[in-house]
Write a protein that binds this ligand. Structure first.
Ligand code: HEM
Length: 467
């Protein structure tokens, strides 16, 4: 069977042609994708259906995959059939050459094996209380009548969880500086215009400390110094453990002790790049999801009421694990990640050879992009897809290729369980402590934040009362 999807071409009326015109079209397309990512996808779906192709004339095509059956088959492919790391080069400037995001094949598998254990099972349970405590710390100063930009405390919270629970950093000047530095670093790309620096390498010029890229490079260098300092100190304390010190089980300690089949440990450069990757992959994404949750819960009063009722059944000092299992709270978190997934697509899968997937033929080199947003908006899977309705997750079980906020297959997000736990515990803790409201109750659409989609940076919440 031949491919049935259509190429997304500009309007017939467009008089442009030739290589210059193609270049211009590419830039305009990229700008629309950067500035209005969800409109960009919806327009193309309306015109061409859920599978559409970009380019393909002088280079292998990029295909947005909105057909769940094709996604199912893509998620079954392994690294001998597809590569991903080489396409993630856009993130190199942030995460460095050794990051898991940029790896493929055996080195990717090895890194996943090293990184995954601290994100699962009992390890994860141990972070529950910490997440509740950090939520309380972050909201300690909130007072009735106060209006707060939602993003800042949510980001402080998720960064605190990564640095304290995952890296084992507890307190001190280094933790404080890392916290401050990471927030500033990520804010460099927080707006659609500055996010363009990631997409257009030509803009990545150091014009001094006040230019966006120059500022980014200087912040990145300071971050490098801090992380190398932490790695050095931890190596020293592992080599000469203090008699009173307890065994540490955080990811940095585990990575420092990890050895490959040749008995080699990770170099400082490798450790550094993985640490930056975990901070970046785990903190912005989860913070955006939390802000969406605050929005939906307070935009739709019936959602808030149902949540309060569910939480009240657990009493005044519930066990974090009991909170994590609440069915309505879980469904609310799932629905928030469905309606506006934080990453509108998964990573690209680049085909190493020609392939037929679910009846579609693809040439070697095709870049396949499972389009999470398109799939999550399919009315055949999610009736009334624009409506926020958590109950849909009770009425139907969704397969991994139908509900994919964390991607799937051999690149599936390694922090998904931690992220879900953070969402549930921090939202429940805030609900128990405060009555919140939106000062301006109006529908919001996602905006670009770096490589992800987020609620508008200006979204505010107001503290109505404290409990
Ligand atoms: C709501 C929060 C989050 C969302 C929506 C999210 C989403 C994703 C997605 C879509 C991918 C790509 C998967 C694919 O292409 O199949 C991914 C990969 C990844 N995520 Fe997450 N993520 C979140 C939180 C986290 C956290 C908390 C961590 C760790 C601290 C993390 C670490 C990673 C890593 C290391 C990868 C790369 C995996 C690989 O290349 O093998 N993420 N994430």
């Amino acid at each position: 069977m031949t491919t049935q999807f259509v190429e997304a071409k500009p309007s017939e009326r467009q008089p442009l042609d030739g290589p210059k015109a193609k270049g211009l079209r590419r830039t305009l397309r990229l700008l629309r994708l950067i500035l209005r990512p969800t409109d960009y996808m919806e327009d193309n779906v309306r015109r061409y259906g859920p599978m559409f192709q970009i380019g393909g004339d002088d280079s292998p095509p990029l295909v947005y995959v909105g057909d769940p059956e094709v996604v199912r088959e893509i998620f079954l492919l392994d690294s001998s059939q597809v590569s991903t790391g080489q396409n993630n080069g856009i993130m190199r400037a942030m995460v460095g050459d050794h990051s898991i995001l940029l790896l493929d094949g055996a080195s990717h598998q090895r890194q996943r094996k090293l990184l995954m254990p601290p994100f699962h099972g009992d390890r994860l349970k141990a972070y529950g209380q910490l997440i509740c405590d950090i939520t309380r710390q972050v909201s300690a100063s909130w007072q009735p009548g106060q209006t707060i930009i939602a993003r800042a405390p949510m980001q402080e919270l998720t960064l605190g969880v990564i640095l304290q629970a995952v890296f084992g950093l507890r307190e001190g000047a280094r933790l404080a500086e890392l916290q401050q530095l990471m927030s500033t670093l990520l804010d460099v790309f927080a707006y659609p215009i500055t996010a363009s620096f990631l997409f257009f390498p030509g803009l990545q010029k150091d014009w001094g400390p006040w230019s966006p890229w120059g500022r980014f490079l200087r912040l990145r260098e300071r971050l490098r110094q801090l992380l190398y300092g932490e790695i050095r100190d931890r190596r020293q304390s592992l080599a000469q453990p203090h008699p009173d010190s307890t065994e540490r089980s955080d990811i940095l300690s585990l990575l420092l002790q990890a050895r490959d089949e040749n008995g080699e440990g990770m170099s400082d450069a490798e450790l550094h790049d993985e640490l930056v990757t975990l901070i970046l992959a785990g903190h912005e994404t989860t913070a955006s999801a939390m802000v969406w949750l605050l929005y939906w819960i307070h935009f739709l009063p019936e959602v808030e009421q149902k949540l309060r009722l569910e939480l009240s059944d657990l009493g005044s000092d519930p066990d974090p694990m009991a909170i994590a299992q609440l069915p309505y709270l879980s469904a609310v978190c799932q629905e928030a990640l469905r309606i506006y997934p934080i990453t509108p697509t998964t990573f690209i899968r680049l085909l190493r050879s020609p392939m037929t997937l679910a009846g579609y033929d693809f040439v070697a080199g095709t870049a396949l992009m499972p389009a999470t947003y398109i799939i999550h908006q399919r009315p055949d899977l999610y009736p009334e897809p624009k409506r926020f309705r958590p109950e849909r997750f009770w009425e139907r079980q969704y397969a991994p290729h139908e509900y994919l906020p964390f991607g799937g297959g051999h690149r599936r997000c390694i922090g998904s369980a931690l992220a879900m736990m953070e969402l549930k515990l921090s939202i429940a803790t805030l609900q128990q402590r405060f009555e919140l409201e939106l000062p301006r109750s109006r529908p919001l659409k996602p905006t670009r934040r770096g490589l992800t989609l987020a609620p508008p940076a200006s979204m505010k919440i107001r503290v109505k009362s404290k409990r």
